[in-house]
Write a protein that binds this ligand. Structure first.
Ligand code: NAP
Length: 329
């Protein structure tokens, strides 16, 4: 597994990042461990999580994913780079969510405890917080870096203007600021190509996109009609969100056309989807997800079989309309 420079930092991360949001709800602990073992064997040593995972679960389970990851990391913490996030509410109190100094200071300590570690390698705010001045957020994050609890900070789900404002305020305040962004990005959701990616390229901000397989939709395994039981598309509270994002006739039509290109090039559709994300020069490491260990193989193959420029161009043309979407989240 290749390692690449993390934006403008001196850090090197594996070309794939492992996502964990299936751990503790869709996957039990044993399966979660086997997914992490498989990722590690493939050379992936960069792992992303969040304080509010597992995905789709009732609120009593918030934090369970970090606990499972912490248990797996015991005795080998120094072998992996760990990224986590805060923002979404994880408690009943009004201040137990958002990017305020209060919630950031509270959330980091809870994450450190669950993960069984004394530091987080990449601490990210999970979303823009319209109720908190970005100066307050950036200053609190800087304090975490200075205290040694956090090595680098990043953001997720920011629009380009929100990132641009954050970069500007960090410069004015003399703070390190965000080293990375974590946006949604795949062949069916290309909105970030218009403004966010050019900004990241200009400022050398690391890009670690989530949903490269559109939550499994871009594996081509789903058939029109009712969503497949046991998959992301029927998963608890997340089912509606994922159906709204991808379960559409025109997207099934696109998948059929992409399947033909995959067959022509001799790779699975899942491999093609990851190859395409990796082929974007501004992308650092896509975050791949799995509900079973054997699912990782398709993404791993993509890291050592780059997409040809001709195929990239054909797919870019075929999916051009997905650059223009109403839903930027
Ligand atoms: N910042 C954010 O707001 C945000 C949002 C979403 C995700 N993330 C991060 O990004 C990570 C990855 O996101 P994601 O899980 O949506 O990524 P993804 O790679 O698009 O989807 C992964 C899902 O696709 C299916 N799948 C994967 N490989 C497959 C294969 N070879 N064959 C068949 N099905 C396969 C599995 O779902 P089924 O088995 O259920 O079909 C798997 O859980 C998350 O774990 C999390 O760390 C962040």
């Amino acid at each position: 597994m290749d390692h690449v420079r993390f934006g403008r930092t001196g850090l090197k991360v594996s070309r794939l990042c492992l996502g964990t949001m299936t751990f503790g709800y869709q996957c039990d602990e044993e399966t979660s461990f086997s997914i992490m073992d498989a990722a590690s064997e493939a050379g992936i040593d960069f792992i992303d999580t969040a304080d509010m995972y597992p995905l789709g679960a009732p609120s009593e389970l918030y934090g369970r994913t970090e606990e499972i990851l912490g248990k797996w990391l015991a005795g080998k913490r120094d072998q992996y780079l760990i990224a986590t996030k805060c923002f979404f509410p994880t408690g009943k109190k009004a201040w137990e969510g958002g990017n305020s100094r209060q919630n950031i200071m509270r959330s980091i300590d809870l994450s450190l405890k669950r993960l069984g570690t004394d530091h987080i390698d990449l601490y990210q705010v999970h979303s823009w917080d319209a109720n908190t001045r970005i100066d307050e957020t950036l200053t609190a994050l800087e304090d975490l870096v200075k205290s040694g609890k956090v090595r680098y900070v990043g953001c997720s789900n920011f629009l380009a203007y929100q990132l641009a404002r954050s970069i500007g305020r960090a410069e004015v305040l003399g703070l390190t600021g965000f080293e990375s962004v974590q946006p949604r990005y795949n062949m069916l959701f290309r909105d970030i190509e218009r403004e966010l990616l050019p900004l990241c390229e200009d400022d050398n901000i690391a890009v670690i996109p989530y949903n490269p397989l559109a939550g499994g939709f871009l594996t081509g395994k789903h058939l029109r009609g009712n969503p497949t039981e046991g998959s992301r598309f029927t998963l608890g509270f997340a089912a509606g969100r994922y159906q709204a994002r991808y379960w559409h006739e025109h997207m099934f039509d696109t998948v059929d056309q992409l399947r033909e290109i995959a067959n022509e090039t001799g790779v699975s559709l899942a491999t093609l989807a990851v190859q395409w994300v990796l082929a974007n020069k501004t992308v650092t490491s896509p975050i791949i997800g799995a509900s079973r260990p054997e699912q990782l193989a398709d993404a791993v193959i993509a890291t050592h079989s780059p997409m040809s420029p001709d195929i990239k161009k054909r797919i870019d043309e075929l999916t051009h309309d997905y650059r223009f979407v109403d839903d930027a989240r």
